[in-house]
Design a binder for this molecule. Structure first.
Ligand SMILES: Cc1cc2nc3c(=O)[nH]c(=O)nc-3n(C[C@H](O)[C@H](O)[C@H](O)COP(=O)(O)O)c2cc1C
Length: 273
């Protein structure tokens, strides 16, 4: 009588003895290859997850530094980022809050968390984002003890996607330093031109609020006429991408308005940072 081990050996020998053209052997081989590949992919995905999170975090920091004009090729991101202090603002009051940990706070996660978000009334939802966090981070760029820039996260819908980025303003809460997006899926060459350095340069020095305190900054259709009235609030539109351009204007109307950072920025204008 053959024992259990001998039976197993015989069945694997049977499989190897099958002709390479046999349907059973082809199927078994295909399943084995799939299994090995699936295990390899799963192990890689799990093992690389912490590295992916770290790289995402580093990329976000790089974008914050870029919009603040503090990043050139080769800049040590962590060292440069040490000049930036993260604070949390309660958007309803415009006051700083310490109820949550600023270093760990993720505004994009908070926007999906019913305990941390608010639903935006349809009529006010200019960025078409439906929910926003109650609390938002502000990245304060410092020169010694003095805050010289405020970097504010913004997001809103373009034509195909939600664009996520940062608007950097001077400590006056009014003069724009730059606008930069770190994530979107607009069409390269059309809406994707939001990433074009030439277009991004146009934002520097523009003003957010008019003399009545209304959000006046906008992307116009076509080019801004040099020397025209209100030039300081206007940025050239993206050629062939009016819908993305409108999305940019709308999200800035929203985030720099009453629902967004305006209460905070008004306080800063009155009392300093
Ligand atoms: C394949 C394809 C991709 C497009 N991608 C964009 C886009 O990313 N952003 C955008 O505003 N318009 C995009 N458009 C163009 C819009 O449909 C629309 O025509 C345009 O925004 C109008 O802008 P204009 O008045 O400056 O021509 C795309 C069109 C096509 C056919």
């Amino acid at each position: 009588m053959p024992n259990e081990n001998q039976e197993k050996k015989a069945s694997s020998m049977n499989f190897l003895a099958l002709s390479n053209d046999s349907t059973a052997k082809t199927f078994i081989m295909a399943i084995l290859v799939c299994l090995v590949c699936a295990i390899f992919v799963s192990v890689s995905a799990v093992a690389l997850k912490p590295l992916q999170i770290l790289n995402k975090e580093l990329d976000k920091k790089k974008n914050i530094l870029q919009v603040a004009g503090l990043y050139q090729e080769g800049t040590d991101i962590e060292a440069a980022f040490s000049k930036i202090e993260i604070k949390l603002i309660d958007l309803a009051t415009g006051e700083y809050t310490t109820e949550l940990d600023a270093a760990k706070y993720d505004d994009r996660k908070a926007a999906r968390d019913p305990a941390l978000n608010v639903k935006i009334p349809k009529a006010k939802d200019l960025g078409n984002i439906r929910m926003r966090p109650k609390v938002m981070p502000v990245y304060q760029v410092k020169d010694g003890d003095k805050v010289i820039q405020l970097i504010l996260p913004v997001n809103g819908y373009g034509l195909w996607s939600t664009l996520y980025g940062f608007l950097a303003v001077e400590a006056d809460g009014q003069t724009i330093v730059g606008l930069s997006y770190y994530e979107h899926a607009e069409t390269p060459g059309l809406g994707g031109e939001v990433d074009n350095p030439k277009w991004k340069k146009l934002w520097s020095g523009k003003k957010v609020y008019d003399t009545d305190g209304n959000v006046a900054i906008e992307v116009v259709k076509g080019s801004v006429v040099r020397g025209s009235r209100g030039e300081e609030y206007k940025v050239d539109g993206l050629a062939g991408a009016t819908l993305t351009s409108r999305g940019v204007s709308n999200m800035l109307q929203y985030w720099m308005g009453e629902e967004g950072y305006q209460k905070y920025l008004t306080k800063i204008q009155a009392n300093g940072v």
